[in-house]
Each structure stands twice: as structure tokens, then as C-alpha cells.
Design a protein around this ligand. Structure first.
Ligand SMILES: [Zn+2]
Length: 233
């Protein structure tokens, strides 16, 4: 089930492109001082510049790893190289790119940094809800297909039933979340098609390989339900 959702997530990421800013944020205070370190490489050690709290007053936070922090502009999100972790270079960025903000105070940039963090959190939350809704949608499609029911049952019966149950048990807010699950006729039809094509492909792959082993086992569980297990290798 995950592979269908992961495939979808990739498509969304590609579509949104570089608009999505995913970076390593500093600690909860947003102000962190990284220890001064050196990078050992081919016998040479390259000094790395560290981030100082006072750089936020210049409009810069930091990203990447603590061993080689990169200055990141809190206004436009531009990441500079570690070598640019110097007040004069950061000041130059603000003066050239955001001249109207060059005389802003530390509080202004603190507020901006917090707003950026809040935006990132709410975006991540939305993505998580969308992903869960996709998984739920595929699970419903799988159940419908396994039970040989018409794909239209999701929109006409399953969704209204779920909404009624959730509204009664957990309230209107929870119902709103359930309504985010894509269960339209077209979606369910497409997902069933997608899953059956995937099974077909797996079977044809096994056939193409020529050599396969089939192991079948049947038993009855404690409730008296017959069970059949099939392993194909
Ligand atoms: Zn900038």
C-alpha cells in the first residue's frame, strides 16, 4: 500500500519543485551557537566558520549540519556557503537583496524566523493528513475489490456511513477530517485498476523468470474459518 502513496508523494514534490523549503532548523529557541570545527580531508584541515546568535540581527539563521553550518537568510531562504558565515558577507546580502530591511531590529528577524517555522510546521501537518487520507482511500479500494462490490459503494454508502459514525462518536471536527479522504467513484475505480495492474505485473514478472516455486497450505483457525496460504518464490 505504501508504494502507491510514496509514488504520489514524489509526484507532488516534483510538481511543487523548489517552492518547498525543507531544511534543518536550529534548536527550539532558533538561536544556536555551533562549535568551531575543522574538516579533515586528504591530510589538510579546513576551518569551518561557526554560527553566532548575534547573526540573527543581520537577518541570518543557519541550516545544514552543526559541523559545517551554512548561513540562511530568514527573508528569502537563500542558503550561502559556510565561507559566507561572516557579518560583512551577510550584511552585504541584506543590503543588496533586501535593502528596505537593512535597518530592521533583532526582534523583527526573530519574529520572521518564528513565522517561517510556523509555516513549515503547518505545511508538514497538511502533508501528513493528505498522506493518511491517501492510505485510507487505498485501503477502502482494496476492501471493495476483495469483497467484489461495485466501486460506487464508497461514495454512496461507505463515506456517508463513516461520516455518521465519526460525527456521532467524535464530533464535527473529526468528521471534517474524514471528508478529506478521496472516495469518489473515479478515484476508487482508478485505484482498483492501479492495484490490479500491479498484481498483474508481479505475476507476469514471475512468469518471465521461468523458475518459480509454489507452496500452498490450508488450515482452519480457532473460529472455524478456512484459511489458504500461498507462497510464490
Ligand atoms: Zn535574502
Amino acid at each position: 500500500m505504501d508504494k502507491f502513496v510514496i509514488k504520489k508523494r514524489k509526484c507532488v514534490e516534483e510538481a511543487s519543485g523548489s517552492e518547498v523549503m525543507v531544511d534543518d532548523e536550529p534548536n527550539s529557541a532558533g538561536l544556536s551557537v555551533c562549535s568551531k570545527t575543522t574538516l579533515a580531508g586528504a591530510g589538510k584541515s579546513k576551518p569551518r566558520r561557526s554560527y553566532q546568535d548575534s547573526y540573527l540581527a543581520l537577518g541570518f539563521t543557519w541550516c545544514d549540519d552543526e559541523l559545517g553550518p551554512k548561513p540562511k537568510c530568514v527573508v528569502c531562504g537563500t542558503e550561502l556557503s559556510n565561507e559566507a558565515m561572516a557579518p560583512s558577507k551577510m550584511k552585504r546580502h541584506i543590503t543588496i537583496k533586501h535593502s528596505h530591511l537593512s535597518d530592521k531590529s533583532l526582534d523583527y528577524f526573530k519574529r520572521l524566523l518564528n513565522e517561517n517555522k510556523q509555516q513549515k510546521l503547518s505545511f508538514e501537518k497538511k502533508v501528513k493528513v493528505a498522506e493518511k487520507a491517501q492510505v485510507a482511500s487505498y485501503l477502502v479500494s482494496e476492501l471493495i475489490a476483495k469483497n467484489m462490490k461495485a466501486h460506487t459503494i464508497a461514495e454512496s454508502l461507505i463515506l456517508p456511513s463513516c461520516c455518521a459514525v465519526v460525527r456521532t462518536m467524535f464530533g464535527a471536527e473529526a468528521e471534517k477530517e474524514v471528508k478529506k479522504i478521496p472516495l469518489s467513484d473515479n478515484t476508487i475505480s482508478r485505484q482498483i485498476q492501479e492495484m490490479s495492474c500491479d498484481i498483474e505485473k508481479s505475476v507476469s514478472d514471475i512468469k518471465e523468470k521461468g523458475m518459480s516455486a509454489l507452496q500452498v497450505d490450508e488450515s482452519t483457525d480457532v473460529r472455524g474459518k478456512a484459511q489458504l496460504q500461498v507462497f510464490i518464490r
